[in-house]
Design a protein around this ligand. Structure first.
Ligand code: FAD
Length: 195
């Protein structure tokens, strides 16, 4: 069983996958590649001067791949359902089971509504700062949780928040993913060894 199923591979979904995968969870991402990032050029992503949206996506995809995320690129999710102790997503490639579900389908809220997630009066998916929805262990991130005020860095932050909350649940205490300079040598070495 996969630990975390992520639907959507824009900044929100891939950020959730990055944090979850980097910290040892088994992650599968489904994505139909309709992300708005292919239309964007970022001058406002903190720490990055200027990057074409598609290039940003290429870097981020490589980053999650390096951490062992199973990226089901081009695979659409047709439905999601709660099984009581996890979730099942239905795709043309078959069904996938997971303990946690992260929805990151941009402004499209159909899957969240189908799962029974509560919406706000504005019609956006209702979440708290952990990005968990009214359905336990189901998270909603990115454009679907805001009426407008859509920005790539905000979506990426949402995905990270969802993954950290999943990690906190799994580890039984509040979790953060802090690295220090000495970790860079060790991490780079392990990534080279894995190739
Ligand atoms: C023209 C334009 C310019 C922009 N410029 C900027 C900018 O300069 N700076 C900035 O910060 N932001 C910019 N943005 C906004 C930015 O692109 C969005 O805020 C960001 O892409 C939202 O990320 P997300 O992950 O929430 O959703 P998205 O990036 O929309 O990603 C959602 C992904 O989910 C996939 N998906 C949806 N449903 C399913 C399903 N059922 N199964 C599988 N996959 C599914 C989609 O194909 C898509 O790849 C711009 C947007 C546009 C349109």
């Amino acid at each position: 069983m996969a630990d975390v199923l992520v639907v959507g591979g824009g900044p929100a979904g891939l950020s959730a996958a990055l944090f979850a995968g980097k910290n040892g969870l088994d992650v599968t991402v489904f994505d139909t590649d309709k992300t708005w990032m292919h239309k964007a050029h970022l001058f406002n992503y903190p720490g990055i001067g200027s990057i074409d949206g598609s290039n940003y996506l290429s870097v981020l995809r490589e980053q999650v791949d390096d951490f062992g995320v199973d990226r089901q690129q081009g695979v659409a999710v047709d439905g999601v359902e709660s099984t009581g102790d996890g979730f099942t997503v239905a795709t043309e490639e078959g069904e996938f089971d997971g303990d946690y579900l992260v929805l990151a389908t941009g402004a499209n809220r159909d899957l969240a509504e189908g799962l029974g997630c509560e919406l706000t009066d504005e019609g956006i998916v209702d979440v708290d700062v952990t990005m968990e929805t009214s359905v336990e262990d189901a998270y909603a991130t990115g454009a679907m949780v805001r009426a407008e005020e859509w920005q790539a860095v905000i979506s990426a932050g949402d995905g990270a928040a969802a993954a950290l909350n999943v990690l906190s649940k799994e580890k039984g205490e509040h979790y953060h993913d802090f690295d220090v300079p000495a970790d860079a040598t060790e991490l780079f070495g392990s990534l080279v060894d894995a190739e």
